[in-house]
Design a protein around this ligand. Structure first.
Ligand code: MF3
Ligand code: CO
Ligand code: CO
Length: 255
C-alpha cells in the first residue's frame, strides 16, 4: 500500500482536524458494529455504513483507494483485513467479524477497526478477541513521546506471544490524518528501542492483526481480501491516536 515517505507532524489545527475525523470514524464503527447480527450480509453492513457516513456528514476514505470497491472493510473468520463486503457473505452465529472504518471529514482521515463476535461466541473466540485488545492496549501504552516505534511493535508482540498467537507481518499500523497511510510504518513485532522517535504531533494507527494458527496469509481472487493461509481464525483491532507532549497518547477514536 502506498505511503507518504515523510512523517507529518501535525500542527494544533491539523490535530483538531484529526480529532474530528477520528470521532466520526469511531461513531460510524460503533453504529455498524451494533448492526452485526446473524442473517445480515457484509454488503448490507457496508451499505448501512455508507448511509451512516452520509448522515454524519463524512465520506468513506476506502472507496476508490487504490481502486478499493467498497465503503468499508469487513473481514470474517479466516479473513484478516481488507475483506470486500459481499451480498453472498451472510453472517451466522459465532462468526468473528472485523469491521474497519476509514472516513474523510473536512480534509482529514479517521481510521479504526474492531472485531466483534456474532452472538456469544465460544470461550476460545471470546478470549482471542480479548487478547487482541490486550495487545492493542499494550501498544497504545507504549505510544509515548520519547519512546520509539519499535517500543509499540515490541509491546504488541509480547502480548501476542504470551497467548501464542500468530502475528501477520505483511501488513502494519501507520501514520494517519492527512492521508490514510502516512509514515511511519508500525509493525506488530520487532525489537524495542528501534525505529523513529515518537514525539508530539504524530498521529498513528496501531492495528494488531493476529491469528489462532499460522501467521501466513494469502489474498483472495478479489485482489483485496487477506485470509490466513491455513484457514485459522484471525482477529484485527485498530485505534488512531495522537502522541502527547508527555504521558499517555490521546485516543482519537474513542470506543
Ligand atoms: N482501514 C485500512 C487500514 O487500517 C485501510 C483500508 S484499505 C482500503 O489501514 F483499500 F480499503 F482503503
Ligand atoms: Co483501518
Ligand atoms: Co489503519
Amino acid at each position: 500500500m502506498k505511503r507518504s515517505e515523510e512523517i507529518v507532524y501535525k500542527t494544533p489545527a491539523q490535530l483538531q482536524g484529526c480529532r474530528l475525523a477520528g470521532e466520526k470514524a469511531a461513531e460510524v464503527l460503533r453504529i455498524v458494529c451494533e448492526a452485526v447480527r446473524p442473517g445480515v450480509s457484509t454488503k448490507e453492513l457496508d451499505d448501512f455504513a455508507a448511509r451512516t457516513m452520509r448522515a454524519l456528514g463524512c465520506t468513506s476514505a476506502d472507496f476508490g483507494y487504490c481502486g478499493y470497491p467498497a465503503q468499508t472493510c469487513i473481514s470474517v473468520n479466516d479473513a484478516v483485513i481488507h475483506g470486500v463486503p459481499r451480498a453472498d457473505l451472510v453472517l451466522k452465529d459465532g462468526d468473528l467479524v472485523s469491521v474497519d472504518v476509514t472516513i474523510a471529514f473536512d480534509g482529514f482521515v479517521g481510521d479504526n477497526a474492531r472485531t466483534v463476535i456474532v452472538g456469544e461466541g465460544t470461550p476460545e473466540t471470546r478470549a482471542f478477541v480479548e487478547h487482541t485488545e490486550e495487545a492493542l492496549r499494550a501498544g497504545i501504552d507504549a505510544a509515548r513521546a520519547g519512546n520509539r516505534v519499535g517500543d509499540i511493535s515490541h509491546a504488541v508482540e509480547v502480548v501476542a506471544n504470551k497467548y501464542r498467537l500468530g502475528i501477520v507481518r505483511e501488513y502494519v499500523g501507520h501514520g494517519c490524518g492527512v492521508d490514510m497511510h502516512e509514515a511511519p510504518e508500525i509493525p506488530n513485532f520487532g525489537p524495542s528501542r528501534r525505529g523513529p522517535l515518537l514525539r508530539e504531533g504524530m498521529v498513528l494507527c496501531i492495528e494488531p492483526m493476529l491469528t489462532l494458527g499460522s501467521r501466513r496469509i494469502r489474498t483472495l481472487a478479489d485482489g483485496w481480501t487477506v485470509v490466513t493461509a491455513d484457514g485459522s481464525l484471525a482477529c484485527h483491532t485498530e485505534q488512531m491516536l495522537a502522541i502527547s507532549p508527555s504521558g499517555p497518547a490521546e485516543i482519537l477514536t474513542p470506543r
